[in-house]
Design a protein around this ligand. Structure first.
Ligand SMILES: C[S@@+](CC[C@H](N)C(=O)[O-])C[C@H]1O[C@@H](n2cnc3c(N)ncnc32)[C@H](O)[C@@H]1O
Length: 213
C-alpha cells in the first residue's frame, strides 16, 4: 500500500494517457498484494476483467482478499515467463516486476502475446541506482535486473512491440512523510532530514501491431 502511495502518480499518469475505460480486459503481471489490480478494477468496472498474475501463491490470496468486492478480478498463480490467459486482453501491465526476472525481454514478449492485435503493453520499472539519499546513490538490491528501467525503451522493441511513449518519474522529499517512510521500509535506515530522491520509475507505453504477420 505504501508503494502505491508514493508511486501512485506514475500509475495515474499511465492510466490517463492510455484512456483505460469501462469494459477493458487487462492483466497485471507480478501483481503482488493487488494494489494495481484494484485500481484497474475500479476503472474497468463489472463489464471489464482484471487478471492478477503472480508466481507467488501467497500473492493470489492477498489479491483475492484486497479485491474481495470486485468480481471482475481473477487472481492466478503463474510465472510471467509462462504467461497464458483464457482470452486476449486490451492491456498487459507490470510494475516493479522486470527487475526481479533474469530475462525481461522474454517476459515482455509473453505480455505481447497476451494482448489482442493493436493492444497495449505497459511497464513501469525502476532505475534503482539513480535513487539518492543525501545526494549519494542508493545501494542496489539483490535482484537480477535492478536498473532495468534504464533499458526499457529499447527492450520493448526487442520483444516485438512498437514503442509509443516513454518517460521517467521519481518521488522526492525531505523529512518525515510518505517518501521517507517508504525508504525506511525499503532499507531499514531512517533517512532523518536528508534529501531523498526515490528510484525513478521508467514508464513505457508500447503496442502490439494491429496487423500481425
Ligand atoms: C516488488 S513486487 C511488485 C508488486 C506490484 N506489481 C506493485 O507494483 O505493487 C514484485 C512481485 O513480482 C512477483 N514476481 C517476481 N518474479 C516473478 C515472475 N517470474 N513471475 C511472476 N511474478 C513474479 C513477486 O512474487 C512479487 O509479488
Amino acid at each position: 500500500m505504501l508503494r502505491d502511495d508514493v508511486y501512485r502518480r506514475p500509475l495515474a499518469t499511465a492510466i490517463d494517457r492510455l484512456g483505460v475505460a469501462a469494459g477493458w480486459r487487462v492483466v497485471d503481471v507480478g501483481a503482488g498484494a493487488g494494489d494495481v489490480a484494484v485500481a484497474l478494477a475500479e476503472i474497468v468496472g463489472k463489464t471489464g476483467r482484471v487478471y492478477a498474475v503472480d508466481s507467488d501463491p501467497a500473492a493470489r490470496d492477498e489479491t483475492a482478499h484486497a479485491a474481495a468486492e470486485y468480481t471482475q478480478v481473477l487472481a492466478i498463480t503463474q510465472r510471467a515467463e509462462d504467461l497464458q490467459l483464457p482470452e486476449p486482453v486490451d492491456l498487459a501491465f507490470c510494475r516493479f516486476l522486470l527487475l526481479h526476472v533474469a530475462d525481461p525481454v522474454r517476459v515482455l514478449a509473453r505480455m505481447r502475446a497476451a494482448v489482442r492485435p493493436g493492444g497495449w503493453v505497459v511497464a513501469q520499472e525502476p532505475i534503482t541506482s539513480a535513487g539518492r539519499v543525501g545526494g549519494l546513490p542508493l545501494s542496489m538490491p539483490d535482484v537480477p535486473s535492478p536498473d532495468v528501467g534504464a533499458l526499457l525503451p529499447a527492450l520493448v522493441g526487442e520483444a516485438g512491440l512498437v514503442l509509443d511513449d516513454a518517460w521517467a518519474e521519481a518521488p522526492a522529499g525531505a523529512g518525515p512523510g510518505p517518501v521517507a517512510a517508504y525508504l525506511e521500509e525499503l532499507t531499514e535506515v531512517d533517512p532523518g532530514d536528508d534529501a531523498i530522491v526515490l528510484p525513478p520509475l521508467v514508464t513505457v507505453l508500447a503496442r502490439r501491431e494491429a496487423s500481425v504477420p
